[in-house]
Design a protein around this ligand. Structure first.
Ligand code: NOJ
Length: 698
């Protein structure tokens, strides 16, 4: 157990047993806005402590906040500095809502393309997820709010999420799933949320080897570990495993029917079970099965974070909500996360082009996926709003096919309220495919906007677009050879019509500024700044296309693919992805000079913009290890990246710092190991587009 600072120690020594217990178990927020609440100890001037969701903006119950782009879009920016700005803005909004801890960022590795929460996560790659995650933690802490990195660990699917065991070997955990959490700890994260699932048979809230031995002792994490909501399995097991705070701590009673008879849908924790850190913990401390020191440690960790953000000095907290700079930032991140997958020259659109804007949801902004990250914004801009205010040519709209039903975990529960409340409904009348085709045939260019529907607590059952959207794209493309498809998805989707369209743009879930960000990219006011943080590939070629691996059999998801996740798997199987990790076009064109190794972890390369327009390039460095007998390693691993914006004809030298992770492998007996030999560093535009190489000896 870490020694708390003396002032916290002194405070803890003044607390009664009951007061200590009240600081490790949530209760109801009298104001009803917080996702989790501690009442504080008035007698000792310890104020209430409010925790709030989540990664896409602040979900204070019944309140509005800026709806930022989904985390996957933020990560697609490959821009830690901008990610940090977004996180700081979310933290200012949390403060404006009287909240103190943000339940973000989510840093689980995108292992399964179907996972319903991929939009809340960052990448299939641990270095990208670590760098963006670290920046998000720093941004939240910049504004004196506690960041909560989640969900620790191996929460990579929603199917059976409250019970499934992720059976994964130590090397894979260390090399792939743990690094983003470790980066968060290095960044000084204040809180870690345990996952609902089990790892190698043990529920994460009870997982002493991972929570105490690794997170706290080996990595030196000195904040508090909070359970996921209703995610606590045991009292003694959890307290002794290192869990510090139970949330929400109070049970929910179904308003309708008998709680015992209510059948909890898959993926939904039993919300009638809460309070394990209430009386049962008091009893456990009395009978010695949990030590009094452990309880003091739990309390110290919570108070330590309250002190760190200034809550115990009574400092006045002023936040900022829905300011112009937050609106602008939401738009900037959305554009910077937009990935231009294909372009045969139709983009950027000319200002005066007559455009047919087609799709079942062109009248609403795509805010996010379903679940605890749902944020209700003050303003939102649909594709129609964005294109109509930007275009000088005409913009004709048609829905084409029936709306895609959005799904939310809140709909699954008759007695838990939540979710956003302002999705705009479509105009009256039935959509008509022939109206869409006519509009496209009579326009200079057609823009077809399509989406998937994902939510927490459910995985997608297919990577194809739901409803009749593929049919819509094909029909429009047949009517107009200048068809641009705009995807909004929470991960990879299938694009069977890609050879028939002129351009494809992936916006993920762009948030409240959807339409304005989209128009700025389509008309070339901004360069499409994003690159793919996940591989797009045919469904059957993913490593998790086998039931044993996903969703698992007999309650176990076997991580048999080991470290071969995402592009590492496509390299190992020599299969060709539809769009590789790191891919994304700029409107400009770049040429690379020779790469030079400056030292064993720095490479420099010059990049020149040879186009006649300004553009943004994301320079990526992958490391190829030397081969070692008996050791299987990924062919290449992302080691670093840098982005830069260049004017026409401008050239600049980029310095890339290479992350040690890409050189190291974890050996169960020897720990982290760097094999001696020559490492090839590939300077690339994607995992499949290598421009220069240089060798580093280690
Ligand atoms: C469950 C989700 O898994 C977690 O991410 C969220 O923060 C909590 N619910 C609170 O809403």
């Amino acid at each position: 157990m870490a020694d708390p600072p003396p002032e916290i120690d002194a405070l803890v020594s003044q607390l009664t047993r009951a007061e200590k217990l009240s600081l490790v178990r949530g209760t109801r927020d009298p104001e009803g806005t917080a996702t989790g609440y501690l009442a504080g100890v008035e007698r000792l001037d310890v104020p209430p402590f409010r925790l709030v969701d989540g990664p896409l903006g602040v979900r204070a119950e019944g309140e509005r906040s800026t709806a930022f782009p989904a985390s996957l879009a933020t990560a697609a920016s490959f821009d830690p500095a901008l990610s940090r700005e977004q996180a700081a803005a979310m933290a200012r909004e949390a403060t404006a809502h009287g909240q103190h801890a943000l339940l973000a960022p989510g840093v689980n590795i995108v292992r399964v393309p179907h996972c319903g929460r991929n939009f809340e996560y960052l990448s299939e790659d641990p270095v990208l997820a670590s760098e963006i995650g670290r920046a998000l933690v720093e941004g939240i802490h910049d504004e004196d709010v506690v960041a909560t990195v989640k969900h620790f660990v191996a929460n990579n699917q929603e199917t059976n999420r409250t019970a499934v065991s992720a059976d994964v070997d130590e090397r894979t955990l260390r090399e792939l799933y743990l690094p983003p959490f470790r980066a968060a700890v290095e960044a000084g994260v204040g809180s870690v949320m345990t996952a609902y699932n089990r790892v190698n048979g043990t529920h994460m809230s009870d997982h002493e080897p991972l929570v105490t031995d690794l997170l706290k002792d080996e990595w030196g994490f000195d904040g508090y570990v909070v359970s996921d909501w209703y995610g606590l399995e045991t009292t003694v097991g959890a307290a002794n495993a290192g869990l510090d705070l139970e949330m929400p701590g109070v049970p929910v009673e179904p308003e309708t029917g008998d709680a015992d008879e209510f059948e909890w849908p898959d993926g939904i924790p039993d919300a009638t079970r809460a309070g394990l850190f209430g009386d049962p913990l008091a009893t456990a401390v009395d009978d010695g099965s949990v030590s009094a020191d452990r309880l003091d440690d739990m309390v110290s960790r919570v108070l330590g974070q309250m002190a760190r953000i200034g809550l115990l000095d009574g400092t006045e907290r002023t936040g900022e909500l829905d300011s112009q700079r937050h609106r602008d930032l939401a738009e900037r991140v959305a554009a910077r996360g937009t990935v231009l997958l294909d372009n045969d020259g139709v983009l950027p659109l000319s200002d005066d082009a007559d455009v047919a804007l087609v799709g079942p949801h062109v009248h609403e902004a795509k805010l996010g996926g379903g679940g605890s990250s749902e944020t209700t914004p003050f303003v939102s801009r649909s594709p129609v709003d964005g294109l109509k205010s930007r275009a000088t040519g005409s913009v004709t709209t048609a829905r084409g096919v029936e709306a895609i039903e959005s799904v939310s975990l809140f709909d699954l529960l008759p007695f838990v309220e939540g979710g956003r409340d302002d999705e705009r409904s479509a105009p009256d009348g039935d959509p008509s495919l022939s109206d869409a085709v006519d509009a496209a045939a009579n326009a200079d260019a057609a823009v077809v906007v399509v989406r998937d529907a994902t939510t927490e607590a459910r995985d997608r059952d297919a990577l194809s677009l739901p409803g009749r959207q593929d049919e819509l794209v094909s029909a429009v493309a047949a009517a107009n050879d200048q068809t641009v498809v705009v995807l909004r998805s929470g991960g990879p989707v299938e694009t069977p019509w890609r050879d028939d369209v002129a351009a494809i743009v992936e916006c993920w879930y762009p948030g409240q500024s959807d339409g304005d960000a989209l128009a700025s990219v389509l008309y070339g006011d901004r360069d499409p700044g994003g690159r793919l943080p996940v591989t797009f590939a045919p469904t059957e070629t993913y490593p998790t296309s086998d039931e044993r691996r996903f969703p698992g059999v007999d309650g176990v998801a076997h991580y048999d693919e080991g470290v071969f996740v995402g592009y590492r798997y496509f390299d190992a199987t020599d299969s060709v992805p539809t769009y590789p990790f790191g891919h994304g076009h700029s409107y400009a064109t770049f040429e690379y000079g020779d790469a030079v190794a400056i030292d064993e972890s720095t490479v420099e390369v010059s990049v020149e913009n040879v186009a006649s327009r300004r553009g943004r390039e994301v320079v990526q460095a992958y490391v190829r290890p030397p081969s070692v007998d008996g050791v299987e390693r990924p062919r290449r691993e992302l080691a670093g990246f840098e982005s830069l914006s260049l004017s026409p004809g401008e050239s600049r030298t980029v310095s890339l710092s290479l992350n040690d992770l890409a050189f190291s492998r974890y050996d169960a007996d020897r720990g982290w190991t760097v094999d001696a030999g020559a490492y090839t560093v590939e300077i690339a535009r994607s995992a499949r587009d290598v421009r220069e190489t240089v060798t580093i000896d280690r």
